[in-house]
Design a protein around this ligand. Structure first.
Ligand code: SAM
Length: 261
């Protein structure tokens, strides 16, 4: 217990019980759930999650933390630790191995790779029931932002096309050891059912969103000029004089469909 936290692994261990309790109650694990925790660390969330669900799979990159975690979990339930970089874990295969259609994923994420982890999970969204993550508050604000907001951007559009995004509550630096420099927040992501997923090529949507927000001060007609002309933008029912941050995620889906024609 109380190993020296490693900066290179993004280690900020939660120690304030009231926030741990709030996260666990937001997740509300039930015995039939198959919960996967990313980055269990010293087990602040692992142990209460394990107590509620009875079994848990945790993915941890830092070898030094694993023996302590195993020891502490021994009487709490059935803990399976995967020693790996989470970005190398195939969640679809993991759900299959654990015998369920969809996993529940949770974690106080290492902030240095929070966006790659989000996109990795979204790529396996069909095998995920929901996700509860602690992230920098600034990132959660961007994820949940609505069109017109200053922080609405690529992350907002791409995540909202895949999941329902719900910002839950803020966690101050003092709740962690060592305290991070910024406020954190807990977010819930619920993958959309297949019928609500965009009916356009994801790579094309991504390319258009990227081009639009790369020059967010320009009009769309200008920002997208290498991708589609003003006529095509109009055909998607979007004003070529509008700016990227005013378009809804669905507007981007329509642009991608027209661009593919
Ligand atoms: N869950 C613990 C808590 O709340 O106190 C620890 C959270 S700490 C912010 C992030 C955890 O993720 C650390 O245990 C760290 O070693 C682990 N980690 C860092 N990079 C990782 C990666 N690529 N794959 C899996 N775990 C990683």
């Amino acid at each position: 217990m109380n190993a020296r936290p490693k900066k290179s692994f993004g280690q900020h261990f939660l120690h304030e019980k009231r926030y741990i309790d709030r996260i666990v109650s937001a997740i509300s694990p039930r015995p039939e759930d198959v919960v996967v925790e990313i980055g269990p660390g010293e087990g602040a969330l692992t142990l209460p999650l394990l107590a509620a669900a009875g079994r848990l799979t945790a993915i941890e990159l830092d070898t030094d933390l694993i023996p302590g975690l195993q020891e502490r979990a021994a009487s709490a339930g059935e803990l399976d630790i995967i020693h790996s970089d989470v970005l190398k874990v195939d969640f679809t295969a993991l759900a299959h191995r654990l015998g369920v259609a969809r996993l529940r994923i949770a974690g106080n994420l290492p902030y240095y790779i929070s966006s790659p982890i989000l996109f990795h999970c979204v790529a396996h969204a069909h095998a995920i029931q929901d996700m509860h993550f602690m992230l920098q508050k600034e990132v959660v604000d961007r994820m949940a932002a609505e069109p017109g907001s200053k922080v609405y951007g690529r992350l907002s559009v791409m995540l909202q096309l895949a999941c329902r995004v719900e910002s839950l509550f803020v966690v101050p630096p003092g709740a962690f050891r060592p305290p991070p420099k910024v406020d954190s927040a807990v977010v819930r992501l619920v993958p959309l059912p297949p019928a609500q997923l965009p009916d356009a090529d994801p790579a094309r949507i991504h390319a258009i969103v990227k081009a639009a927000f790369a020059q967010r001060r320009k009009t769309l007609g200008n920002a997208l000029k290498n991708v589609m002309d003003a006529g095509a933008i109009l055909a998607a029912d979007v004003d070529p004089k509008a700016r990227a941050e005013t378009l809804s995620p669905q507007d981007y889906v329509r642009l991608a469909r027209i661009a593919a024609e």
